[in-house]
Design a protein around this ligand. Structure first.
Ligand code: FES
Length: 502
């Protein structure tokens, strides 16, 4: 499952970090937040190293829908109600600043990344919530308005419209940013997994092969931070969403970026495609990683897209993952001496990723952005987030304890499917590939011990607690886990496809 962005951008290999070294700044994670931050800091004259555990720009950033907008569904009414008008205003300023920064960067560097100006819309069948969002967005300084007609091929009751927003090809943009980073002396390494991080002066990171980098500042931009001194693990809620894309004739382009939180969330945009066509990109079906029935979700999303637009089977399918936070705002800033983090973008990683680069670079440089305090990872808004904190804790407990109890004791695993079964009293994740070959690994996530669930659309083991993902042989595809799932031996009667607890 390769995203359109990955398929249509050049993949450039980067070396493995193989020698101890020293740098002013080490950025861990080469997605939009890490690359943006690295470039900002390299331009201040600092030596910067970026270290990526897998491939550069192939993680969450390579699977986005790439909307550059300050309209984040219904966030302004939520923030104004829970954290106050000032918080909503500063959130809007940070997003608008990020959008302007991308435009300025594209212009300055001459990046060819299909940057297109578009209006953003949030639509709903509840006119009152749209009215409230328009009011809150206006109070936050955005020129939003309420409309009842859009470019969508179906009627909406009401929508918030925010003009002068944008969409782009995120990987072409970031390849241009990387070139500028390298021009300023920045170095990038991939297939290099950091396993230890030591705050202090100097701070240090250690890779799995034992290479040590001494540095003045570490930026953890790994999506879900693996170093957590401020309890983010309890305040981040992982979510996955699915994407289908297919060509449509230009004359049915809805010419906007749309989202509704109804029907499991539906988001629509288009991108340049072949002559006479646009690529329709539909996103939705938000769910917690590890939840069964992903293929059915893809089918539902495809059926919705086919019902509203003249498309056949999707030309592309992919999926994305992000983290919500318990108070609705990203965590961007310092978490320990000379250690900074950027996470919890709530599905809005394009502007929040760029904003992260601006905020952290400002803090490292001693020139903080005016809204930096709003995103402080150490903040506590107990009143605003108590409900979400409790819900998240209950869900994690259910997956930690309940899923162990529920592991099946007797089952048949059909070719092409996977399930968790008890073997010698321990939960084992068993996948049988289409030719019948079994792959068995421990079902206990190596992050904090929850039980993984099978993703039948991508043939992966996904952890519901904090979103780690593994392939069928246990290899880590996505953190916070850094260790693979351990290999397991299956009982004798496996060849019949049946597994019974011994
Ligand atoms: Fe934390 Fe699996 S990701 S327990």
């Amino acid at each position: 499952m390769t995203s359109y962005w990955v398929q249509t951008s050049r993949a450039q290999p980067y070396p493995v970090l193989s020698q101890n070294t020293v740098a002013d700044v080490v950025v861990i994670g080469a997605g939009i937040a890490g690359i943006s931050c690295a470039r900002e800091l390299a331009r201040t004259g600092r030596s910067v190293i970026v270290i990526e555990a897998r491939r550069v720009l192939k993680g969450v950033t390579g699977n986005t829908t790439a909307k550059l907008t300050s309209l984040h569904t219904l966030i302004y009414a939520r923030l104004a109600g829970s954290l106050g008008a000032q918080a909503a205003r500063q959130y809007a300023q940070a997003q608008q600043d990020a959008l302007a920064h991308v435009r300025a960067t594209v212009e300055e560097l001459g990046i060819d990344c299909d940057l297109e100006q578009r209006s953003a819309y949030t639509y709903s069948t509840d006119a009152d919530e749209i009215r409230a969002e328009v009011e809150a967005a206006n109070a936050a300084g955005l020129q939003a308005n309420l409309v009842t007609t859009t470019g969508l091929p179906f009627p909406v009751v009401a929508a918030v419209r925010l003009e002068d927003q944008a969409q782009f090809h995120p990987l072409r943009y970031l390849h241009g940013v990387i070139e500028d980073l390298q021009r300023h002396g920045g170095q990038i390494f991939e297939d290099t997994c950091v396993v230890k991080l030591q705050p202090g002066t100097p701070a240090r990171v250690t890779t799995e092969s034992g290479v040590v980098v001494e540095t003045g500042a570490i930026v953890v931009a790994t999506h879900f931070p693996f170093h957590d001194k401020v309890g983010l693990v309890t305040r981040l809620v992982p979510r996955r969403e699915l994407v289908v894309a297919a060509p449509i004739p230009k004359d049915v382009d809805p010419e906007g970026m749309y989202i509704t939180r109804e029907q499991g969330v539906r988001s629509v945009r288009t991108a340049p495609h072949k002559r006479g066509e646009r690529l329709l990109i539909v996103t939705g079906e938000i769910y917690r990683p590890g939840t069964p029935g992903v293929s059915e979700r893809f089918d539902r999303l495809t059926e919705w897209a086919q019902r509203h637009f003249p498309i056949g089977q999707p030309s592309h399918r992919w999926s994305a993952q992000d983290n919500d936070t318990t108070d609705g705002m990203p965590y961007i800033g310092t978490i320990a001496e000379n250690v900074y983090v950027a996470t919890g973008f709530g599905g809005w990683g394009m502007t929040n990723g760029v904003a992260s680069g601006r905020i952290i670079a400002g803090e490292v440089d001693g020139t903080p952005m005016p809204w930096a305090g709003l995103f402080d990872p150490g903040r506590v808004h107990l009143k605003a987030e108590a409900g979400e904190l409790l819900r998240n804790a209950a869900t994690v407990t259910k997956h930690f304890i309940g899923d162990r109890i529920q592991a099946k004791r007797d089952m048949v695993v059909e070719p092409g499917t996977g399930d968790v079964v008890r073997v010698d009293g321990a939960p084992v994740a068993v996948y049988r590939d289409p030719d019948g070959t079994p792959h068995a690994v421990s079902a206990v996530c190596t992050h904090l011990g929850c039980i993984v669930g099978f993703n039948d659309a991508e043939s992966t083991w996904d952890c519901p607690c904090h979103g780690s993902r593994f392939d069928v042989n246990g290899y880590v595809l996505q953190g916070p886990a850094v260790e693979p799932l351990e290999a397991r031996t299956l009982p004798q009667d496996w060849m019949a496809g049946r597994i019974s607890e011994r």
